[in-house]
Ligand binder design. Structure first.
Ligand code: TMP
Ligand code: ASP
Length: 330
């Protein structure tokens, strides 16, 4: 049992490698996440205590979740408690880690033999299955869907949010001449069905380089190359003094594809089919003609905006009786 503000005790719900999740005695919809001083690397093979690390990781998470919330991204963060603890919305964590990479480093470099520091053409999102016994293997999006770990819609949604987070974190760091190399995110589903960013965001879960490619993150510990606490403190100061209000909103593009339902006659498709056959394309069997809306949003995707897209469909974009529609985020 842990002491809580106001002398209440909190029951342990879950004990991770470096964090503990405690019951919030005042609400079943909330939890308290407590950051410990433990640092692990290499799947727990390397482990050490650093006094003050828990508080620093908590400070980072508090600040960065707050920053992302300010930019319109939904997170589990509610408020900071006195100790290295955050009050958060209670969620069920999806069993996937979302790793986003801008530059080659870490396991990507080892897996493909690509030189560390190589800049990727555009940000890459990789998925890892959260499973300690299997050592969190890399997994494809198709496998995630086939195994029923996450639905296609939810996976596309979280991938899109990961790329938004990458934009907002990269731009913030860029102001301090720092480069976001890669990071890991986790998402959870709240009681009300909303998908929110969860877990933590700190130098334990991201790589950041300065202009000379010096690490300001857990690589200092992984590769025994410096003072972890001093490094984390330096990065925290840099992040907190960046002008977050100068980071501009990113426009997000979504597609809504509307098609006639299979049982509905589709004269424009039929006209096109006949014309294609007249032109000699004998392989054409059937053509169904629908429409595509490419909608640009001035806010990051959230569960609420997804609901708005459904309402837009019902009210204006498609006819629910004769047409089916799907939302695509790529
Ligand atoms: P990786 O290069 O080891 O795959 O890690 C990529 C990024 O994700 C790096 O910033 C560290 C972070 N990460 C975690 O936070 N937890 C993990 O379990 C793993 C594998 C990576
Ligand atoms: N965070 C992972 C672990 O604790 C792996 C790593 O970041 O190196 O094992």
């Amino acid at each position: 049992m842990e002491k809580y503000e106001g002398e209440k005790t909190m029951k342990l719900i879950h004990k991770g490698k470096v964090k503990r999740v405690l019951e919030d005695p005042e609400s079943k919809d909330r939890v308290v996440i407590e950051f410990t001083d433990t640092v692990t690397a290499g799947d727990g093979a390397k482990k050490q205590e650093f006094t003050g690390k828990g508080k620093l990781a908590c400070d980072f998470s508090e600040f960065l979740f707050g920053y992302l919330e300010g930019k319109g991204i939904d997170t589990h963060f509610i408020k900071r408690l006195k100790g290295p603890q955050l009050m958060c919305t209670k969620v069920e964590i999806f069993p996937i880690e979302f790793v986003c990479r801008n530059l080659v480093a870490g396991s990507f470099s080892r897996r493909y033999g690509t030189e560390k520091g190589t800049v990727l053409d555009s940000p890459l999102v990789e998925y890892f299955m959260k499973n300690d016994d299997l050592h969190d293997p890399l997994i494809t999006g198709e496998s995630i869907i086939r195994l029923g770990l996450v639905s296609q819609n939810d996976l596309e949604f979280m991938t899109k949010v990961t790329l938004s987070v990458n934009y907002y974190l990269s731009e913030l760091l860029k102001q301090q001449k720092l480069t976001l190399v890669d990071f890991k995110l986790e998402f959870g589903k709240a009681e009300n069905g909303e998908i929110v960013l969860a877990d933590e965001i700190s130098p334990d879960t991201m790589r950041v380089w300065d202009a000379t490619a010096t690490s300001l993150d857990k690589d200092v510990f992984r590769e025994d190359k410096g003072d972890l606490i001093a490094t984390y403190e330096k990065l925290l100061t840099a992040v907190k003094t960046a002008r977050s209000e100068d980071v501009e909103a990113r426009l997000e593009s979504v597609y809504i594809i509307v098609e006639p339902k299979p049982a509905i006659k589709n004269p424009p498709g039929e006209v096109t089919r006949k014309a294609l056959i007249r032109l000699g394309f004998a392989e054409v069997e059937d053509v169904r003609m629908g429409k595509v809306f490419n909608i640009t949003l001035k806010k990051p995707l959230t569960s609420e905006i997804l609901k708005h897209l459904e309402v837009m469909n019902v009210k204006l974009l498609s006819n629910p009786i004769s047409e089916k529609h799907k939302v695509r985020f790529e």
